[in-house]
Design a protein. Sequence first.
Length: 311
Amino acid sequence: MIRLRKWLRKKWKQLVGTVAYSLAQYEQNQSLRNEVHLFRLFLVTVLMVGLACGVVDEAYASSATWIYTDEPVAQQKGAERTTKQLAIVIDDFGNRMSGTDEMLSLPVKLTVAVMPFLQTTAKDAEQAHRLGHEVIVHMPMEPKHGRASWMGPGGILTSLSDQEIEQRVNKAIDAVPHAVGMNNHMGSKATGDKRVMRIVLKVCKERGLYYLDSKTNYHSIVAEVGKEVGVPVIQNHVFLDDEVSTAHISKQCKLIEQHLRDHAVCVTIGHVGTPGKKTAQVLGKFVPELMKQVNIVPISKLIERQQLQVQ
Ligand SMILES: [Zn+2]
């Protein structure tokens, strides 16, 4: 009887493994993602109801809960060997820029930065969310060089009053559905201004958003003010496509690997728009390679890790 029970348990684990593997495979197909997600929910609900009614043994139910995982299968295999984490952030969504669909259909969880008040702001944010990506507000902020009009609508200028900045940041958050964080579009001037950043980060705190400092200004004071205000701040390490050529973007991907050899986490930022299609193409090749070595996660996971280390 005990041997039979052991055998059944072994078979059960194999079955759960096969189901989880197949679901992860199906999930690679963008058009099936929602169905897979619903099916996972259905399976877990059945198991939990079974457990509550006493039909399913606790050991069976707990072994099956990992059916409900949102990590692609290649990542699960890599994840067993490493705790290193990489977040891939893609900026400048919100205007149906070139490469939008190519980026959103990459089989990996991206952090998608959507600009407020543009033609497809809500549409891009909704689509990204539906496909399982993390959404953040890509807040236009004043640069040191270039015209303020390049920022896009609703941008933060250092000449604005405290009240106006607060209002603009709140409106921008309202305009981007599902946003859980914020980063800056341009902003080499504004992110160096303590008064401005104190207000921006205060609103982030009130609205429960984290802040990703794109590091367009090497004298950025965002980390310092973030600490003061009590908002989790994380910084960018590698710009993927500051030069628009396949050779450069590929070189930057190698730089990510190098960075992760010496560090536990890495944040990289790419763009839709002029480099969009090229960057998506290089990532399409490079991401499966990276998944074997590190866990690719949204920024919120890096924030969780940071907060655990602080405690
Ligand atoms: Zn931008």
